[in-house]
Design a protein around this ligand. Structure first.
Ligand code: UD1
Length: 422
């Protein structure tokens, strides 16, 4: 297995292009299942999770053609009739569950394997199931699969979510586009990726209002057409690279970034003594003074502070002046980066969903490994500031969510290389 070696070496300066959002693209790709006509996605990120979704869609009978070195995906589900999403693919990636809503909407049936747990928590699917049941589906769990049937098709309904789940909102949004009548999602997730999906579905002919708020109204239509849609900027990749110059000094401009994608994050950066300015091309970031200051962080659904930036923020706060408290409210087990950061000399206490970080002046390089995507990148960031060499193992996590990570960081002056595994 490959590993990445980072050596702390001073300021980073220059520009980093930010890719299209992984999480948006993973929801947009299954939208092909709703239509007989082609869907073209531009600004797609080149990531292994996208390749996994391609394999899943192909297993369902869709055609997925990768063009422009991976930046354009041409999808067609003309004649795709398979409704069985197999465990062997679904278990690799939870977002595979996003085929459930579209399959049920178009074919009135679906058999989708439950994704199973993952390193950051149990992650059940009860919210998806309850909502689709309210829309007339009968869903039962047999042999590890959700068997869903909607005789005569899905029907519009008022669907209150007990929690503003991103995946459930996306599944219901897609399902409701072809349901009979009006669906209202109450307590809907408000993430930019939901708005992006709604924009794409509207281009395909769907009637949707209220995306970006907690009440989304969808008027079902008989059929959806084709569309070409650009994937929204990845706010998590953006936030990750915005932190890079805080670890090293210097000034980095993240191309394609906008404050509206990361406003809660920017508020915390400002409180920590970090300047963020919007330019015509993106966001410029630099640290005021020598060290960031401690800040407290609570993760929340959008527009709150994103759980997917918590690990990176913790790595930064390890080097801040003072003590910070981080509370993780979305996932029950999302501090696995803390013991690895301790190995690099950080001072962190974890109790349940709360981590207390006492800032230290310096961290030291060490061999580390991580069990999820965002945890891995937090260790790379820490390595940029650490004395000596940090070897991050299990790089396949990084390849799920960061395209050309080493190239992007090396281009602004980082000393980073990938070492092929044996
Ligand atoms: C999406 C993102 C992920 C991000 C997360 C929260 C994608 C592909 N992934 O994941 O990167 O960290 O949003 O912003 O977009 N839950 C239930 N029952 C359900 C559904 C969810 O209890 O039916 C719980 C989960 O276990 C978790 C919380 O709700 O604790 C948030 O999950 P959800 O918003 O659904 O996240 P995902 O869509 O899986």
């Amino acid at each position: 297995m490959d590993s990445i070696i980072v050596r702390g070496n001073g300021p980073l300066n220059g520009q980093i292009p930010i890719a299209g959002a992984k999480n948006a693209c993973l929801a947009l790709m299954p939208a092909t299942l709703l239509s007989e006509e082609p869907l073209t996605l531009t600004n797609a990120p080149r990531l292994s999770d996208i390749a996994t979704m391609k394999v899943l869609l192909e297993s369902l009978g869709s055609e997925v053609t990768v063009m422009n070195a991976g930046k354009v995906l041409a999808l067609s589900s003309h004649g795709a009739t398979n409704t069985h999403a197999d465990y062997d693919i679904v278990r690799k990636m939870r977002a595979s569950n996003l085929v459930l809503g579209p399959l049920l909407a178009r074919h009135h049936r679906a058999e989708v394997s439950l994704p199973g747990g993952c390193a950051i928590g149990a992650r059940p699917m009860d919210i998806h199931i309850d909502a689709l049941t309210l829309m007339g589906a009968q869903i039962e769990l047999r042999d590890g699969y959700l068997h869903a049937v909607a005789e005569g098709g899905l029907k519009g309904a008022v669907v209150p979510l007990r929690f503003a789940s991103v995946g459930a909102t996306e599944n219901i949004l897609m399902a409701a586009t072809l349901a009979k009548g009006t669906t209202v999602i109450e307590n809907a997730a408000r993430e930019p990726e939901i708005v992006d999906l709604a924009d794409c579905l509207r281009r395909m002919g769907a009637q949707i209002e209220g995306d970006g708020t907690s009440r989304i109204e969808i008027q079902g239509v008989d059929r959806l057409g084709g569309a070409t849609h650009p994937v929204v900027t990845d706010r998590i990749e953006l936030g990750t690279y915005m932190l890079a110059p805080v670890f090293t000094g210097g000034e980095v401009e993240c191309l394609g970034g906008r404050i509206s994608l990361v406003s809660a994050f920017c508020e915390k950066l400002d409180a920590a003594g970090i300047d963020v300015s919007e330019t015509s091309a993106g966001l410029k970031v630099r640290l005021r003074g020598d060290r960031p200051k401690a800040v407290d962080v609570v993760t929340e659904p959008f527009p709150g502070f994103p759980t997917d930036l918590q690990a990176q923020m913790m790595a930064m706060l390890c080097l801040a002046e003072g003590t910070s408290v981080l509370e993780e409210k979305i996932f029950e087990n999302r501090f696995m980066h803390a013991p690895e950061l301790l190995r690099m000399g950080a001072n962190i206490e974890v109790q349940g969903g709360v981590a207390t970080v006492h800032g230290v002046e310096k961290m030291k390089g060490a061999p580390v490994m991580a069990t999820d995507l965002r945890a891995s990148v937090s260790l790379i960031l820490a390595g940029l500031a650490a004395e000596g060499e940090t070897q991050v193992n299990r790089v396949y996590h990084l390849d799920r969510g960061y395209e050309h990570l080493e190239d992007k960081l090396r281009a602004v002056g980082a000393n980073i290389e990938r070492v092929p595994g044996r």
